[in-house]
Structures are given as structure tokens and as C-alpha cells.
Design a protein. Structure first.
Length: 160
């Protein structure tokens, strides 16, 4: 097994394997802003498998989402019982919502992929890999230059 496979095995059960480091991270992340740029990925194995490279033009953003609250507000005006619904909205996943929020904050970048970093009773945390498609390093790289083409604009808002 290579190093990334070992790292991936540790992340299968982070509370047991990472212990105190994981708990201190969560305490720190709870007080940080909802969308924050980070220097390097927390899960390097997952980031590399999604296409991340440690070069200019790749940005890692950590997004915090509140768990629950995915239901329609209760209708206060009069309705007959059939139309007085209070159903869950399960159209989008939390991961897709996190990607969209990051893409809205970093308008000049495209979302390459994302992965879950942690969750607790209140929050989910996702790391999103963004690519600045206007950088010359990205345009010159034959493996990722496809993202700079005009048909790949706004990929996350089309479910890609």
C-alpha cells in the first residue's frame, strides 16, 4: 500500500485514529467563518484523487454547513389539509450546497470537486477544490486546461 492508501484508512474512522487532533480541529473550525480558504488540503489523499495539485491556480476552501433545517416553513395562512404540507426538501445534498456557496464566493474559479472533512451534532464541513481558470499555469497544464474552456463555466450550478 502506498502512503495515500494509508492516509485514507486513517480517515475512515477519524475519531478513533486521529483522536485529540481531530477534536481540537473541530473546536477551532466551529469558531471560524463559514467559508474560509485553507493553505493545503486536510485530506491530501482525497484531494489528489479528485485532481488537486500543489501548484498555483488550485485553491482549497473549507465550507461549514448547519445540519438539519432542510424543511419548508410552516404555512400560516388557511389551507385544506391536503395542501398544508410540511415535507422535507431533499433535492440537493449538503455537499452540493457547499460547492455552490464556495463558487458564489470565488466567482473567478470553477469547482473541480469536494469531499467531507468532518461532521458533528451541529455542522458538516466540506473542502472544495477550486481552479482559477485564468491562470497561465492552469492553461498550460494539459490535464486540467479543459476547465478553462467556455462550456465549463458554472459547472456546479448545472450539477456537474
Amino acid at each position: 500500500m502506498g502512503i495515500y492508501k494509508h492516509i485514507g484508512e486513517l480517515w475512515k474512522h477519524p475519531k478513533e485514529n486521529l483522536g485529540e487532533l481531530f477534536r481540537t480541529r473541530l473546536v477551532e473550525w466551529r469558531t471560524s467563518p463559514t467559508i474560509i480558504r485553507v493553505e493545503r488540503p486536510t485530506r491530501i489523499d482525497r484531494a489528489r484523487s479528485l485532481g488537486y495539485k500543489a501548484k498555483k491556480g488550485f485553491i482549497i476552501v473549507r465550507a461549514r454547513l448547519t445540519r438539519g433545517g432542510r424543511q419548508r416553513a410552516r404555512i400560516r395562512a388557511g389551507r385544506r389539509p391536503k395542501h398544508f404540507r410540511h415535507k422535507k426538501i431533499v433535492v440537493k445534498s449538503y455537499q452540493l450546497v457547499a460547492e455552490e456557496r464556495a463558487a458564489r464566493k470565488y466567482k473567478n474559479c470553477e469547482v473541480l470537486g469536494s469531499y467531507q472533512v468532518a461532521k458533528d451534532g451541529l455542522f458538516y464541513w466540506f473542502e472544495i477544490i477550486l481552479v482559477d481558470k485564468n491562470r497561465p499555469e492552469i492553461k498550460a497544464d494539459k490535464n486540467i486546461s479543459w476547465i478553462a474552456e467556455p462550456q465549463h463555466t458554472g459547472r456546479v450550478f448545472r450539477g456537474l
